[in-house]
Design a protein around this ligand. Structure first.
Ligand SMILES: Nc1nc2c(c(=O)[nH]1)N[C@H]1C(S)=C(S)[C@@H](COP(=O)(O)O)O[C@H]1N2
Ligand SMILES: [Mo]
Length: 260
């Protein structure tokens, strides 16, 4: 079921530039457990990752498996999307990402009809990712989406932000951005994408099954055992703001969850 071409009217309004989170906060306060569980330590440690050359292998239940060179992905007419990234820890940032909607890449590999989920696998490179020398998580980091979520026009494979290549701390050279879901779904430094039949068991579901559900849609009404989901701190702003259902993207995505 191909998506119709996205019309400008279907995209969320672009927030005024004055509201965008400053680059120093975007790239200086990060969750990236391959390097550190300390948010302020990631920026420096992540510079160790060799990000060129880089390929993503795309396979599984597809007609045409593909090795995607990052330079070819960057050449695919990147689009800019200014999205809020809302972490389950109740902070958020408003980021001008550049990237390619994932559905454009999926249409190249032609998913078979048996493919119902898309699994993303991060990089496993303990020589460069120092926290991978310890069993902090079950490495490599993996995430997954239902295929209609992966093909949704808002789902982005990002290669840049603020008009420059992705900073290492934000997942260089390529990461997922799924703006209506908690930040942990937006996996960094992607190395493989597989189309699969069954719902994959992802990193955080293995780690803390009661804390993280597969869908992880931002939902202020669904209590979390560790963090209050009704409010959030927008980095660089004083005070707190109310968290919105689907992180404010309900108009675009609520239809995906009818009857759930
Ligand atoms: N590979 C990988 N991707 C990851 C993570 C991680 O630890 N490793 N952390 C996730 C979490 S919890 C969040 S909130 C976002 C943070 O993205 P940012 O650092 O660009 O703000 O990245 C997500 N992607
Ligand atoms: Mo997060």
């Amino acid at each position: 079921m191909p998506w119709p071409r996205l019309l400008a009217a279907d995209l969320p309004a672009v927030p005024p530039r004055a509201q965008w989170t400053p680059l120093r906060a975007i790239a200086g306060y990060n969750n990236y457990y391959e390097f550190s569980t300390e948010k302020e330590a990631v920026r420096v440690l992540a510079q160790r990752l060799t990000t060129s050359p880089w390929h993503i292998e795309i396979g599984g239940l597809v007609e045409k498996p593909l090795t995607l060179d990052l330079d070819d992905l960057r050449a695919q007419h990147p689009e800019e999307r200014v999205y809020s990234l809302r972490c389950i820890e109740a902070w958020s940032k408003l980021v001008p990402w550049q990237g390619v909607p994932l559905h454009r890449i999926l249409s190249l590999v032609k998913p078979l009809s048996a493919a119902r989920y898309v699994r993303f696998t991060g990089t496993y490179r303990p020589s460069e990712m120092i926290n991978q020398r310890r069993p902090v998580l079950d490495w490599p980091y993996t995430e997954a989406l239902r295929i209609d979520e992966a093909e949704h026009p808002l789902t982005l494979l990002a290669t840049g932000l603020y008009g420059q290549d992705l900073p290492p701390a934000n997942g260089a050279p390529v990461r997922l951005v799924v703006p209506w879901k908690y930040g942990f779904k937006s996996i960094k430094a992607i190395q493989r994408i597989d189309l699969v039949a069954e719902q994959p068991l992802t990193t955080w579901m293995k780690e803390a099954p009661g804390d993280f559900d597969f869908y992880a849609n931002v939902n202020p009404n669904l209590a979390h055992p560790r963090w209050n989901q009704q409010r959030e701190t927008r980095l660089g702003e004083p005070g707190k703001r109310a968290t919105e259902m689907y992180n404010g993207y309900g108009e675009q995505v609520a239809h995906l969850y009818k009857g759930r």
